[in-house]
Structures are given as structure tokens and as C-alpha cells.
Design a protein around this ligand. Sequence first.
Ligand SMILES: Nc1ncnc2c1ncn2[C@@H]1O[C@H](COP(=O)(O)OP(=O)(O)OP(=O)(O)O)[C@@H](O)[C@H]1O
Ligand SMILES: [Mg+2]
Length: 302
Amino acid sequence: MADAALGIVIAVGNQKGGVGKTTNSVNIAAALGQGGYRCLVIDLDPAAGATRHLGVPENSFAGTLELLTTDETIAGLAIFERMPSGVQLIASRPQLSELDALLSKFTDRTRLLDRPIADARRHFDFVFLDTAPFAAATTTVAAYAVADWILLSAFPHPLSLGGLTEAFKDVADVRRHRNPRLEVLGVVFTNVDSRATRLRTELERVVSASLPGRRFETSISQAVLLAELSGRGKTLFQLPRFAEIKIAQQYLRLAAEIEHRVRQRTRFLEGTLPPFGESAVSTPHPPEVPVVTAAPSPILGA
Ligand SMILES: Nc1ncnc2c1ncn2[C@@H]1O[C@H](COP(=O)(O)OP(=O)(O)OP(=O)(O)O)[C@@H](O)[C@H]1O
Ligand SMILES: [Mg+2]
């Protein structure tokens, strides 16, 4: 029998549009998939960015809409063919924008994802909820109401500051009203231009001040390759020699940082987790024996 799934649910947010949410969702899932984890991406955006980025043509599959409006199960809807290793997808399509009209007026919209996510937790180690760029969207609210973590994404641009401040406020509101368990996993700085160090330092300072301990050591550089791959419907990890590509190495390291945090949630939230750079990363589905401290990360390789 397969090992018990970790069942960790991560909403990928920052409701400002075009800040790398989808690119991060699919590439982090694929990086974790490389480490042997079972990952599910649920595309909650009618714009279907994750669906297209994973190479699935819009309107070709049933998916999120059926998951939320019928008794269909995750197993019945998940796409696994031609996906990155270890990754499955619940696809979206533009008709998801009609979700509100299709739901019964007696449905509790904020709890819409509870049943499918309880199902997904039993079968997957990581479930990524790629949200639409609207905080008030039914799917975004339901994602925040059910997730264990929120992973924020930001481009180091002066306008990001406002977006991040708003995102922090949304998280505080969700915790107060809906889901006290929701925690910020971290803020991923992506599309980072190595020359714009002053701006990046300033944004990192804001994150450290608002959310101590929640910035990542790894950031993702600006890379035209990412935009190109999204057009081709591929993640970095479906390229033959991805291990040699700098941006893929960054995503692997970021995935290992995420693994380090979520697998030691209590210590991370207490602030007693050693910095990632000084830690060994555990193996997926660890055996009953203690993990050797110097074990290579399954994600980062030897
Ligand atoms: N590191 C990067 N370097 C260069 N371009 C990037 C990088 N990350 C993302 N992009 C590009 O930026 C654009 C926006 O990214 P993405 O679609 O992931 O953002 P999003 O937050 O999901 O957007 P939306 O809110 O519209 O769903 C895309 O064209 C993507 O290819
Ligand atoms: Mg998106």
C-alpha cells in the first residue's frame, strides 16, 4: 500500500494580477514532484492559467467547475497524462466564471472546497490552489477558508508593496473570520532583476517587518524562459536537461525550503526552526528510522 499522504494544502495568493502565482504554483509542484511527492494543482481561476501552463487546452476537460457543482471526485477529474512527474491537475475553463450562478442559493460558498479538499488530502502530499486575481471571488474565499498555508508571490516592483500589504490584511481577516489555522508560508520574490537590489532589499525589509521569518532565502530570477514555457504548456522540469538550468535549480531549492517549513510546522511557527541553509531536508515519506542529518535532499539531489 502507498504511504499515507501528507495532505498539505497551500493556497497560492496575492490577489494583485500577474505577479507569478500560476508560474510558481506549477513549477513548485513540479519541483516537489521531482522529489517523489504526490502533488495536485487545482486551477481555481476562470482564466485557466495553470491549466494552459500544464499543457491542457482550455475547454478540453471537465475539472474545477464539476468538482464544485457536482458529486464528481478528485480521482474522477484529475488529469495525469503528459503532466510533470508526480503532478496531477484539476483543470479550469472560462465557464468557471459562471460558478456563482450555477450554485444553489443554499450552498455555503465559503465551504465549497471542504469536501474536495478532504478527499485530496487523503491522496496527495501537496495540494496547490492556484487562485484568481480577485480576493472576493468565491473560489478565492473558499481556498483561503480551507488551506493550511498561503504562499504569496510578488514581483519586486514598487507597486508590489501595496499588493503585499493588502494580501497581509486579507490573511488577517481570513484568520479572524474563517480559518484561524491559515498561516503565511512565505513570500516568494520572483521575476527578480539582479540589478534592482535596492528595491528588492526594501521589499524584503517590509516582509521581514510585517511577517518575521517568512521571507525565503531563495528568490526566482527574471527569466524569459518561464514565459516561453508557459506558452508551450510545459514546466521547467519537463525539459530534458533541467538540472543544468539556473532557474530550475532555484525552484528546486525553493521547493526544498517549502518542504523544510511545512514538515516542521510547529517549530517554524514558533520561530525555532533553524535557517534552511543550515538544515538537512528529510526524505519524502520517511521510513520508521530517524533521518540521517546529512541526508541529501530528495529535491535538491546529492
Ligand atoms: N521569474 C519570471 N521571469 C520572467 N517572467 C515571469 C517570471 N515569473 C512569471 N513570469 C511571467 O509573468 C507573467 C505573469 O505570471 P503569472 O501568470 O504566473 O502570474 P499570476 O499572478 O498567476 O497572474 P494572474 O493574476 O493573471 O493569474 C507571465 O507572463 C509569466 O510568464
Ligand atoms: Mg494566474
